[in-house]
Design a protein around this ligand. Sequence first.
Ligand SMILES: NC(=O)c1ccc[n+]([C@@H]2O[C@H](COP(=O)([O-])OP(=O)(O)OC[C@H]3O[C@@H](n4cnc5c(N)ncnc54)[C@H](O)[C@@H]3O)[C@@H](O)[C@H]2O)c1
Length: 305
Amino acid sequence: MKILVTGGAGFIASHIVDAYVDLGHQVVVVDNLSTGQMANLNPQAKFIDCDITDKAKIQKIILEERPEIINHHAAHIQVGYSVENPQFDAQSNILGLLNIMQAAKEVGVQKIIMASTGGAMYGNQETPFSETMKEQPLSPYGISKRAGELYLNYYHEIFQIPFIVLRYSNVYGPRQNAHGESGVIAIFLEMIGAGKQPVINGDGSHTRDYVYVDDVVKANVLALESDFVGELNIGTKTETSTNEVFDKLVAELGLDLQKEYGPERIGEQVTSSLDYSKAQEILGWEPTVSFDEGVKKTVEWFKNK
Ligand SMILES: NC(=O)c1ccc[n+]([C@@H]2O[C@H](COP(=O)([O-])OP(=O)(O)OC[C@H]3O[C@@H](n4cnc5c(N)ncnc54)[C@H](O)[C@@H]3O)[C@@H](O)[C@H]2O)c1
């Protein structure tokens, strides 16, 4: 199949591109390299440097390439910056998506797969979060992702374009860089690598659900073949505290590093984990890489990069 992957030079989608290429698909990557890197890019994929907010350019690409499937991962992902500048966030995450969808309906795209957020979608409800819970995004980033989901529902209802939204928890693994705030593993590794002391915001008891990137890739592969339309959580249903993350990384690196704490960030979610039983039922997906194993692989990559 011909698949257009937006954000395919970034952390998660570059791994998806690798998997799609390995499966024999023809892959076109659209990325503006704002946070992605050419080094991540699979040489067998066609690369087009384009900002999805450039309506004329992205629409011309879709009209010319005529992909059968669009896998949409390009986005502004910094929650903190989305609070400071919600317009910028909405520009790429909402208007960028609309630029893509307006062209997608012209060329009869068979399906769109979109990366959404599970961590920033459900607010402070009781964990684990399930898709049956009310969406309560508490940041402009989460709101922009929810808006994207609603627009995909609109394009499905009115123009019959099927979609699968994958709501990820905190994804980690090789190629993640430290710019995204949800990537505490990458942030800590980057700081330790630079000889700096990582600072834990608050008392380190806040929890997140860490899912390894290879498992996220599997969900994107299974989504190609599924007839399901709607949203699916992709996480592990397991909560890991920031203190535990720190301890695990330090142990894996064989370092003797004490924890240092800074002020708690206002409005930060306390706990987070995703119930993935719907993805299990519908896609036959479940996480397979344990946190221990995932951290080992990530640290190994980090040491060799
Ligand atoms: N990392 C996580 O834990 C996580 C969790 C939930 C959802 N997601 C979603 O997964 C997707 C990928 O995230 P990631 O962690 O790989 O981040 P990333 O920053 O590594 O990847 C995003 C890619 O999109 C590109 N991009 C950004 N804005 C663009 C624009 N306007 N036009 C064209 N390209 C643009 C970047 O250059 C980059 O290559 C995003 O949609 C993000 O919201 C990530």
